[in-house]
Design a protein around this ligand. Structure first.
Ligand code: IPM
Ligand code: MG
Length: 358
């Protein structure tokens, strides 16, 4: 029996609801499979923890997480703690502390979902956004001087290192190579950002020489938003900086039907540290406790986690069950339906029982 140890960090807002649903589905999947087991340990960190402990996680939090095979993360963000405090105290502390430099964000129009665009085929939107996840605009460097005075100044410094840029490009090329269309689009803003993003362009061209089987092109980030809307079928894998890809991935999620279905993986491809898997949607405290959060993003996130753990068969089965549930249009309000979170979970569990073991 293969045992995978998972650290569950539900965090804030609907994070607790969707992670509970995700664990329920994962446990059912593992029990039916029989070949592997998942051992969850729960960490109660987040904004509520901050209010009683003065920190977002235990001081030795990273040490405690280090031995796990993966981290299953809900969301962080609440009204009581400033966002930059909660974020840097937990989610970004984990991403950066564990050098999870590759953030992977797949987007597809799942069966049954009506996307906001008129597409010639749902397959027009079948993208993976590869987000640089360790530096760039999220490096955390900068500062504020003369606070509160009229001459106050703040800097927010983007950092791009050759090593950081090269490793994310290599990762994106490898990923693109494994997909049927083998196409990688570089998204930058190297006309205006003439240092760091010119480095991005140059390193991309160098790495491309090692991947002659991958077709490449490049587009500026503003033009990329247009292309995603007007010519979605021309895109396959995109690689972009931390902030650019953050923005593009929200657009991608909206174009696929809802932010409520979009998953992500924060990977340390070198497997020195645990990788972290989370839905993109965030804590959505406005719908917290109402039982209407869409758990699909978390289920799809679980698929990515299973793949990372080497459980490809179980990952495929879960994805098929998710698609069966969307095909049957068991939709929460974000997708225009009236189903509750529990209805979606039940539909996926039911579909799982029908998906054959391959
Ligand atoms: C995301 C989110 C986060 C990010 C927020 C919560 C800081 O928007 O994962 O896309 O920008 O990284
Ligand atoms: Mg975002």
């Amino acid at each position: 029996m293969r045992i995978h140890r998972i650290a569950a960090i539900p965090g804030d807002g609907i994070g607790t609801e969707v992670i509970a649903a995700g664990i329920e589905v994962l446990e059912a999947l593992a029990a039916a499979d029989g070949g592997f087991a998942l051992q969850f340990e729960h960490f109660p960190w987040g904004s509520a923890w901050y209010l009683s402990h003065g920190r977002m996680m235990d001081e030795d939090g990273l040490e405690r997480l280090r031995g796990f095979d993966a981290i299953f993360f809900g969301a962080v963000g609440s009204l009581e703690v400033p966002d930059h405090v909660s974020l840097w105290g937990l989610r970004l502390a984990i991403c950066q502390g564990f050098d999870q430099y590759a953030n992977v964000r797949p987007t597809r129009v799942l069966p049954g979902i009506d996307p906001p665009l008129r597409l010639s085929s749902p397959a027009d939107i079948d993208w993976v956004i590869v987000r640089e996840n360790s530096e760039g605009e999220y490096s955390g460097q900068g500062g504020r001087s003369h606070r509160g005075l009229p001459e106050e100044v703040a800097t927010e410094v983007s950092i791009f290192t050759r090593a950081g840029v090269e490793r994310i490009h290599r990762f994106a090329f490898e990923l693109a190579r494994g997909r049927p269309r083998r196409r990688l689009t570089l998204v930058t803003k190297s006309n205006a950002q003439r240092h760091g993003l010119v480095l991005w362009d140059e390193v991309f061209a160098q790495v491309a020489r090692d991947f002659p089987d991958v077709a490449t092109d490049k587009v500026l980030v503003d033009a990329a938003t247009q292309r995603m809307v007007l010519k979605p079928g021309s895109l396959d894998v995109m690689v972009a900086t931390n902030l650019h890809a953050d923005i593009l991935s929200d657009l991608a999620a909206a174009l696929s039907g809802s932010l409520g279905i979009a998953p992500t993986a924060n990977l340390d491809p070198l497997r020195r540290y645990p990788s972290m898997f989370e839905p993109i949607h965030g804590s959505a405290w406005d719908i917290q406790g109402k039982g209407i959060a869409n758990p699909i993003a978390t289920f799809w996130t679980a698929v990515m986690m299973l793949d990372h753990l080497g459980e490809a068969g179980a990952a495929r089965r879960l994805m098929r069950a998710i698609e069966a549930a969307t095909e049957a249009r068991v939709f929460t309000p974000d997708l225009g339906g009236t189903a509750r979170s529990a209805d979606v979970t039940r539909a996926v569990l039911k579909a799982l029982r029908r998906v054959p073991h391959s």
